[in-house]
Design a protein around this ligand. Structure first.
Ligand code: DX5
Ligand code: ZN
Length: 225
């Protein structure tokens, strides 16, 4: 799956930017990734619930909301209530991720847990049944266009093994620095869903970029077995 990040899109034309990846076939985005930043959990500030509500009216692509914010217990459930498909918050931002996940699911969305590049996976393995998605950050959260950190792929390989051995139903996303040079190694490590901001919205044809990334990932995953 490919989830273009609108962080790299034109914020004055978000409806049209969503439309640019809403074509048919393999060029169509599976999810639209929406980076919510509060200038506290991360140093940057982007957009919040009102913009997500407008986007929901502008596109039928499911919204994948990535909340890089403090106090997700308070702020995450409203994104689910509004109609976001998947609501991901950061493990580092709460003492009780299971409670937040339950509230998000009760409000009607899939629940996602995100971990920063330096955050280990082990402390969270036993709570993953309360989640639908795991988002592995491959850059420090806060900005688009950064360089991929390949060391995080060890976590991708570990979670893939864990999913298989525990028969978990969990979709694994990777976010940060995914482009034509990096997507293959991520696919080989067992990633299911690839977030790409600058690689999609920096391209002359964002839809074609989605299709090209998807083909590369599928070929790499197939040859990795
Ligand atoms: C970074 C965001 C990413 C960002 C990725 O904090 O979570 O979703 O948009 O952008 P690229 O693909 O350009 O690294
Ligand atoms: Zn993101």
């Amino acid at each position: 799956m490919i989830a273009p990040s609108i962080l790299s899109a034109d914020f004055a034309n978000l409806g049209a930017e969503a439309e640019a990846v809403a074509g048919s076939g393999t060029n169509r985005a599976d999810w639209l990734h929406v980076d919510v930043m509060d200038a506290h959990f991360v140093p940057n500030l982007t957009l919040g619930l009102p913009v997500v509500e407008s986007l929901l009216k502008a596109t039928d692509i499911p919204l994948d909301c990535h909340l890089m914010i403090e106090d997700p217990g308070r702020w995450a459930p409203p994104y689910a209530e509004a109609g976001a498909y998947n609501v991901t918050f950061h493990a580092e931002a709460t003492d009780d991720p299971v409670a937040v996940a339950r509230d998000v699911r009760a409000a009607g969305a899939k629940a996602g847990l995100s971990i920063k590049p330096g955050t280990p996976l082990e402390p969270y393995l036993q709570i993953l049944r309360d989640f639908d998605t795991l988002l592995i950050m491959s850059v420090e959260p806060g900005f688009g266009g950064q360089q991929f950190i390949p060391e995080v792929l060890a976590k991708a390989r570990a979670i893939r093994k864990f999913i298989d051995s525990e028969d978990l139903r969990l979709l694994v996303e990777i976010d940060g620095g995914i482009n034509a040079d990096t997507i293959e190694q991520a696919a080989e490590a067992g990633i299911d869903c690839f977030v790409a901001g600058s690689a999609v919205y920096g391209a002359a044809d964002p839809g074609a970029a989605v299709g090209a990334l998807r083909a590369q990932a599928a070929a790499a995953r197939a040859s990795a077995g």
